[in-house]
Design a protein around this ligand. Structure first.
Ligand code: 13P
Ligand code: SF4
Length: 359
């Protein structure tokens, strides 16, 4: 097995050989040993933008998870090739919504609501998908007048959807959907959860009729680990601590925290804080540890005392990065992520609606 030093040398040499032909994108949750080679580090929204704007690079090596690499392929030019260093780097939340289940749900909803717009021109349902889903689902949303969101623009996107529809079908993350809609004033009783095992008759048709937001049952296994007791303990131990959590956390956790925001929000809040601040953070451990090292003037710790990495993000090891980069130098393109053109066309519509809906 190659030593860290050897891998570093190999990665740097390959990067140099590829020069401007290569851009390495890294998500905030990537381990330090990978992030340090990235040309651009960001949250999922910023990385989608980076894929759109870095058109000079022939190869986009994506240090993140599969749905992010698919998004990069959709938004990049036809000449660019997107590479995911380890194909096993998926997202368990994205896997919780598959195309056929969402199609089935949609058909049932159309049966219940009809597919005609109201006199005011509002569609009966607007589908909204979190970025953390397959390209096929982004395409589904694009075809049905819907839009993609990330954790940094979910409320802007929901507003966009409410301007165009009577209600929203939000998938796959129930927590982001619930937390965002709740913060916008949507009562919890108007947010029923779709039960795929109990199609229409088994779901409460009355609550579906009144619904503003129909939630999917997906969740993130990393953010699900946080709970209000951890926040209570942090407050007892460090009076004045500022608790910031990711909106993929359950509602009780977001309610107990001081703030909730995307990975970019968390890092900006820390960067702008007065010297000597104390932060308890509810998100992935690699990012929290990096922030703690980057801002030694603050006390920054993770709410979860037991380690909580995103195991799939962690599958991008520097060894895989070295392997793909060296292959590119030799003119081979391993682990290329491609989205079929007919899927990409519709998915791009949904992504462009998001990019236009900013912030
Ligand atoms: P961000 O949009 O905050 O980068 O989050 C992506 C993600 O997968 C969080 O679990
Ligand atoms: Fe998916 Fe959760 Fe990992 Fe984000 S942290 S990539 S939502 S499993």
């Amino acid at each position: 097995q190659a030593s860290d030093e050897e891998l570093t040398g190999r990665i740097l040499a390959a990067k140099e050989a590829l020069g401007e032909r290569l851009v390495i994108l890294g998500h905030f949750y990537q381990r330090d040993e990978v992030v340090r080679f990235a040309d651009f580090v960001g949250d999922s929204f910023q990385l989608a933008n980076a894929a759109l704007t870095r058109q000079e690079a022939e190869y986009i090596v994506f240090c993140g998870v599969h749905f992010m690499a698919e998004t990069a392929d959709i938004l990049s030019t036809d000449e660019q090739q997107v590479i995911l260093p380890n194909l096993a780097a998926g997202c368990s939340m994205a896997d919780m919504a598959d195309e056929s289940s969402v199609e089935e749900c949609w058909e049932q909803l159309m049966e219940l609501y009809g597919d005609e717009p109201t006199a005011e021109g509002l569609a009966p349902v607007i589908p909204v998908t979190y970025m953390n889903c397959s390209a096929a689902l982004k395409a589904f949303v694009g075809r049905h007048g819907g839009i993609v969101c990330t954790s940094s623009n979910a409320s802007t996107v929901l507003e966009w959807a409410f301007e165009r529809g009577q209600r929203v079908l939000f998938f796959p993350d129930q927590h982001l959907g619930r937390n965002t809609a709740k913060a916008m004033g949507v009562p919890l009783e108007l947010m029923p959860m779709w039960n795929p095992r109990k199609p229409l008759g088994g779901n409460d048709a009355a609550s579906l009729t009144d619904a503003r937001v129909i939630l999917w049952h997906g969740f993130c296994s990393v953010h699900k680990r946080f709970n209000p007791a951890q926040i209570e303990r942090a407050r007892a131990e460090f009076p004045g601590v500022r608790v910031i959590v990711h909106p993929e956390c359950p509602m009780e956790v977001v309610d107990a925290a001081d703030e909730a925001g995307s990975t970019d929000y968390i890092q900006k809040a820390i960067a702008a804080a007065p010297h000597g601040s104390t932060f308890a953070i509810g998100t992935e451990i690699n990012m929290v540890n990096r922030l703690a090292a980057q801002y030694p003037q603050h006390h920054i710790f993770c709410l979860d005392p037991v380690i909580c990495p995103c195991s799939t993000m962690y599958r991008i090891h520097p060894g895989y990065l070295a392997w793909v980069l060296e292959a590119l130098v030799r003119g081979e393109v391993p682990n290329r992520i491609t989205v079929a053109p007919e899927v990409a066309t519709d998915a791009r519509i949904a992504l462009e609606r998001m990019l236009a809906a900013r912030p």
